[in-house]
Write a protein that binds this ligand. Structure first.
Ligand code: NI
Ligand code: MN
Length: 223
């Protein structure tokens, strides 16, 4: 059984009985956090970029658990300098891990570290394909990502202001053609307040793609 649990903002836990992956662990100071950094156990932490609402507690969790941080080279170096295990990758690169593979996708957004680049992730987790878009604008090559990988679940930001809003995220879903869309990066603060129900209705009606709304702390089984 593969479980995807939403911990608030862009933070997700992806796990089965063998391996646990953590995405963008912004838990401390996250107003909608559903977990504390001290209770997380994982083997890998995928960090889309070094803004505080994504890098978050990654280094502290990696130090305590021995987890490996996976990110673009500049962000990975920033983490490695703090004496944690880090695996550097970069845009367009794919690498095999014990659970499957990680493919680093472009994300149009600041990296939070000089010379760096923000990214998204396509993860093959024991055969299930999960796309975590990171913080990004919409871009036409999302259609290509959907052709390269048959995405089971796409985690898309809908908050607007810093990332895609609901209108753009709906078009992104249409390009990616995933089996399921899960919205993220909204309602953490008033500036990114959105109605996930309106987004769900729009995507399901116009594009016939199921949208699952996960409230912080809720999980779904990936079939
Ligand atoms: Ni950001
Ligand atoms: Mn963000």
């Amino acid at each position: 059984m593969t479980e995807l649990k939403f911990l608030g903002h862009a933070c997700f836990l992806l796990k089965n009985d063998k391996v646990t992956l953590l995405f963008d662990p912004f838990l401390t100071d996250n107003p909608i956090s559903a977990a504390s950094a001290g209770e997380i156990d994982c083997q890998y932490i995928l960090v889309s970029h070094a803004h505080a609402d994504h890098l978050g507690d990654a280094v502290a969790i990696a130090k305590r658990t021995g987890a490996t941080i996976v990110s673009t080279a500049e962000v990975a170096r920033l983490c490695a300098e703090q004496n944690v295990k880090a695996h550097a990758m970069h845009l367009g690169g794919k690498h095999g891990f014990e659970f499957g593979f990680v493919r680093i996708t472009p994300a149009f957004h600041g990296s939070g570290v000089p010379g760096g680049h923000a990214c998204g992730f396509i993860v093959n987790f024991f055969g299930k394909i999960i796309y975590h878009a990171g913080d990004t604008a919409i871009f036409g090559d999302m259609a290509l990502l959907g052709r390269l990988e048959s995405i089971d679940a796409a985690l898309l930001p809908i908050g607007d202001n810093f990332t895609m809003g609901p209108q753009d995220a709906a078009e992104a879903a249409h390009m990616l053609q995933p089996k399921l869309v899960i919205p993220m990066h909204y309602n953490t603060w008033p500036l990114i307040a959105q109605s996930p129900e309106a987004f769900q209705e729009d995507v399901q009606t116009r594009f016939k793609i199921p949208v699952k709304i996960l409230h912080p702390g809720e999980a779904t089984e990936l079939k």
